[in-house]
Design a protein around this ligand. Structure first.
Ligand SMILES: [Fe+2]
Length: 327
């Protein structure tokens, strides 16, 4: 019996849709809708567990990639440049660049050796080391005395085979510039702290100059320029890439090689590097033209804190220089 059919005086029952004849049959419109299974709490828990597990796996894989795979996945880049003042006798001269080695908890001397082996397997004529040999930020009170002693021994193996040039970086100054310079020189490296070195082939001369770290205000460009013959062809090693605006303005260098930025270390797609250091924000990574000078910024082989790399592989650059001299 339906509620509307009940006699007026009949007491109102709480569950009036259910009379003595049992539950009501569905109407035609109700029958046309197919019955759907309810998404139960158990289903919800199952889906959550699957999604949670997948996310966890993805997280572990991602963490493994940025901490273990990409930081060791070295990109050996070959860059050919024609330098206007490179004497013809130096055509084809090759220089491999390693930067931002950052010896420390992650960068062991064994890793350093592997990196040098990769660089020299490219058979360069010389090596350029553009600063930050140690890691200080976030790792205070560490001593690198033993590691620097080992580094000197390792470098000596390479300086016997080819000239090796270096400049210091901000981390070297933050740690102990004299100690880092001492280790490099003990290994036979020419440390160009506002200094110039000359390369000779027959009568031809070409110059490799180095500026001390501008981040720490140790640069002295006038001192470098005073050591360079006026018409000489020269390349400049500068730890910080954004020094290029100053060096290019002198018109005295054909190429500046730098590091420091690590290319950002983490480069987000469509966004770029979220964090860049001072003096490494304009010429972040790769090749640039600054007035008449080439600027090349190497992404480095080591890392600063946090020790991760994403979309920004470590790099060894091998330059092949051609002469732009005309008759
Ligand atoms: Fe640096």
């Amino acid at each position: 019996m339906l509620c509307a059919e009940m006699p007026q005086k009949a007491p109102i029952r709480y569950n009036c849709t259910y009379g003595s004849r049992g539950p009501m049959k569905p109407t035609a419109s109700q029958r046309s809708v197919s019955p759907q299974r309810r998404f139960s709490r158990r289903d919800f828990l199952k889906v959550s567990a699957i999604l949670g597990f997948d996310t966890l796996l993805l997280g572990i894989a991602g963490f493994g990639y940025i901490t273990r795979i990409e930081p060791t996945w070295v990109d050996v880049r070959h860059v050919s440049l024609r330098l206007p003042r490179l004497p013809r006798a130096f055509s084809g001269w090759r220089m491999a660049q390693l930067s931002d080695i950052h010896i420390g908890p992650w960068m062991t001397l064994q890793r350093v050796r592997e990196l040098f082996e990769m660089a020299v397997s490219e058979t360069p004529d010389a090596l350029a080391l553009t600063g930050d040999f140690v890691l200080t930020y976030g790792w205070r009170n560490l001593s690198y005395q033993d590691e620097l002693g080992e580094l000197a021994g390792l470098l000596a193996e390479y300086t016997r085979r080819m000239p090796v040039f270096a400049v210091l970086g901000n981390h070297d100054h933050w740690y102990n510039a004299a100690q880092v310079r001492g280790a490099l020189e003990a290994g036979g490296v020419q440390v160009l702290s506002n200094a110039v070195s000359v390369l000779e082939r027959g009568d031809a001369r070409f110059y490799v100059a180095g500026i001390d770290d501008a981040y720490e205000g140790k640069d002295n460009l006038d001192a470098v320029l005073s050591q360079l013959p006026p018409q000489a062809g020269a390349i400049l090693l500068s730890h910080v890439p954004d020094f290029a605006d100053r060096s290019a303005a002198t018109g005295r260098f054909d190429l500046q090689m730098s590091g420091h930025s690590h290319g950002g270390q983490v480069v987000l797609p469509f966004v770029g590097p979220p964090v860049l250091p001072k003096w490494g924000q304009k010429y972040v990574s790769g090749l640039y033209r600054v007035e008449g000078m080439f600027q090349y910024t190497n992404r480095g082989v080591g890392m600063t804190f946090p020790a991760v790399r994403f979309n920004c592989r470590p790099e060894i650059t091998v330059f092949t220089l051609e002469s732009g001299e005309t008759d």
